[in-house]
Design a protein around this ligand. Sequence first.
Ligand SMILES: [Mg+2]
Length: 397
Amino acid sequence: VAQKWIMHLDMDAFFAAIEQRDDPSLRGKPVIIGAKPGGRGVVSTCSYEARKFGIHSAQPISQAYRRCPQGVFLRPSMEKYVAVSRQVMAVLEEVSPLVEPISIDEAFVDITGLDRLRGTPRQIGGFTKQRIVDELGLTASVGIGPNRLVAKLGSEYEKPDGLTVVPPEEVLDWLAPMSVARLRGVGPQAQKKLARIGIKTVAQLRAWRREDLARNFGAGYSDHLYDQSRGIGGDTINTAWERKSISKEVTFGEDVTDPEELLDTLLYLAQEVGRICRCETLQGTVVTLKIRLEKFETHTRQTKLDHATCSDRSIYRAARELFQASGFAGRAVRLIGLGVSDWESDRGRQLDLGFVSEQSDQKLFEAVDALNAKFGRQTVRLGPGRKPRGKGERGSE
Ligand SMILES: [Mg+2]
């Protein structure tokens, strides 16, 4: 079996970099893309100049404004960013046909076995970055390693404009001094808890036996930590076409017990997942709810629908029923996620949902998606679903 090589590419300050590219007067300035200052929304992306003021994604816009009133505050031009995103993905597809977009500005690429054609992994990474500079006038950070975990940690290792290649035999040494905060799914709560038992670095984490970790963090989450500390991760790239599921999750900054807030968050997630399904003309028949409680206790609940759907409303309805039947209402929830899977095999029959009410929903959703693409995500929403006050959001990974 050939050694697997996975590349992760992440565009640098994507929205802000596009605005600075297109308007030279913005170059060198703190540019903040997101909600209107004075409003209730959050920062979507900001330029590296803005980061020096302590501004970051998902921060309340009011706080960003307080830190940097002289900054240039712009509303997102999603239509433009989506067009550039397609160009980025097209460059990647020229490098290898196995591209899995993770978000608008990030993708995994399987570059296994391309050495004859395109050179070493480092050469492939350098060449890809150069193509993006030449053709799009933008920079990206790239990580390359034997699996998705190492590739993703690699692209974050040196930013912006980074290129980090970690061959399999160097993975353990490379990870050892790294802060556990860098690992996937290790939020502020987990960091505190790890620090309390003397774990700050990956090397310290690696010294723990699986069963001892499980005693502190529960079976599922401790396996996740155990594997990451050893650089173990998946190496399968799912192109959009063969994607098995579409999911989104939110990790709350503070645990949430209010069922209303959790249902609002589920509605928001249903809208996000529905939008991605419609973008990719996929309709699923299984809805999955994921909930993480205190002590990293993680549960999933699934339901099979009687028809395939990409409708926010149907996804939400199924998720709400799962939540209400779960018995977790009133418990402190740390993370909540929602996914759709088990696609209807006849892909592309977009409007043929078989349900009259679903059909009218569908038209409405398309109109909503078009408006949101034009004026920024979640300009128009169906129902009260609000952007959660979560600290981290993740797509299907
Ligand atoms: Mg990025």
